[in-house]
Design a protein around this ligand. Structure first.
Ligand code: SAH
Length: 363
């Protein structure tokens, strides 16, 4: 059942305090709240009636007033190259969002990441990103964000130990719901994901970055930089016009980390942004005792930017290392199912052949 059926709200939209008032309205004691969170997230049940230590009467009240799962599952694709899985969900108002399950990313073989979407579409208009092409529809609720993790866990049978807000949308334009979802993921009586295992990525919404710092939010922050020349960045990432990266870098230099935060700067390697000048500008931009540079080779998409040759990327990486800039290289995962960075479009694809080489959008 979805919200559309009778406009019921999802119980997954509530954080601890909100669920306390729901429970109080039902005339129940507060200790129930933790029990319900355990059922919803740790045990990841699909139905209120599975909550066996909750009275039938209370389950009926929940059933009358709330739904559990706000998303309906539409499609699942598995990469034949690296086992990355992409999930397509439909929202109650008939929009589509995607989530990606990434296995063994990086050099830590035990890492299992779910990449969640935070908006339906995206208003930022980045030139290299497929999500930008569909425009912006609306923000996702906290429940719609959390339910992506619940459903991916249930369908894959795997328990992720990492979450990145790097799917469709700009998380910092949906600050309240994104942070609420992150907090709920962190509860000991929910997914119990450590704050170090939750990363929120932004293209650089400066007021939200400042708010994140002011509120001493403990999650990892990733900044999608992608250019070192402001004029070029304006063309590739229009957000640069309103919030120039120079101002963001200044704030980050002075004020992060506030607590346990780690800051990563994301940098897509294109043919035209990996020169020695780029290396020099990157060196000046951040204090690298606090910042790590995460390099992503440009992925294919409906853009006119050029993917560099391997030797060009290697030479860029070497120059960065010579400058003592800590770098990590993000392997492109799930490219055969359009599940890699910047490839999420929320379209349903039909595989043309069993190798997953050719995929055609069918709506
Ligand atoms: N809006 C947020 C969250 C999306 S994260 C943000 O911009 O950070 C998506 C990541 O994929 C971003 O770091 C973005 O720069 C990167 N990306 C987008 N298109 C890409 C492409 N074609 N190739 C490689 N990375 C891409």
């Amino acid at each position: 059942m979805t919200k559309n059926d009778n406009m019921k709200q999802s119980i997954k939209d509530f954080d601890y305090d909100e669920l306390c008032s729901v429970i109080a309205d039902f005339g129940e004691k507060e200790y129930r709240v933790k029990q319900i969170f355990v059922w919803l997230y740790e045990k990841n049940v699909e139905d209120f009636d599975e909550m066996t230590n909750i009275s039938k009467e209370l389950r009926n009240k929940f059933n009358e007033k709330y739904i559990m799962s706000p998303l309906s599952f539409e499609d699942r694709q598995i990469s034949t190259i690296d086992g990355t899985e992409k999930f397509l969900f439909k929202t109650f108002d008939n929009h589509f969002i995607e989530s990606v399950l990434i296995k063994n990313q990086g050099d830590k073989s035990d890492r299992l990441t779910i990449c969640v979407s935070s908006q339906i579409g995206c208003p930022m208009g980045c030139r290299f990103c497929e999500t930008a092409k569909i425009g912006f529809k609306r923000n996702l609720s906290a429940g719609e964000i959390l339910d992506q993790v619940c459903q991916v866990r249930r369908m894959s049978g795997l328990i992720n130990n990492n979450v990145v807000f790097m799917g469709m949308g700009e998380p910092f334009l949906n600050y309240d719901n994104v942070l609420k979802a992150a907090d709920i993921m962190n509860y000991t009586f929910s997914f119990h994901l450590s704050v170090r295992k939750i990363t929120i990525s932004t293209c650089g919404i400066l007021p939200a970055i400042e708010r994140f710092i002011d509120e001493k939010r403990p999650y990892n922050l990733a900044l999608s930089l992608n250019d070192t020349d402001s004029n070029k960045r304006i063309v590739n990432m229009p957000v640069e016009k309103k919030y120039p990266f120079k101002n963001i870098a200044a704030v980050l230099k002075d004020r992060l980390p506030v607590s346990r935060n780690r800051l990563t700067v994301e940098y897509i390697m294109r043919k035209d942004n990996i020169s020695s000048e780029d290396v020099n500008r990157l060196k000046k931009m951040f204090n690298y005792s606090k910042v790590k540079l995460n390099l992503i080779p440009l992925n294919n998409g409906n853009h006119d930017l050029i993917i560099p040759e391997k030797h060009e990327m290697d030479s860029f990486i070497k120059k960065l290392e010579e400058m003592n800039i800590p770098v990590s290289i993000r392997k492109s995962m799930g490219s055969d199912i359009s599940g890699a960075c910047g490839q999420l479009s929320g379209k349903r694809y039909r595989l043309k052949n069993s190798m997953g080489g050719n995929v055609n959008a069918i709506h």
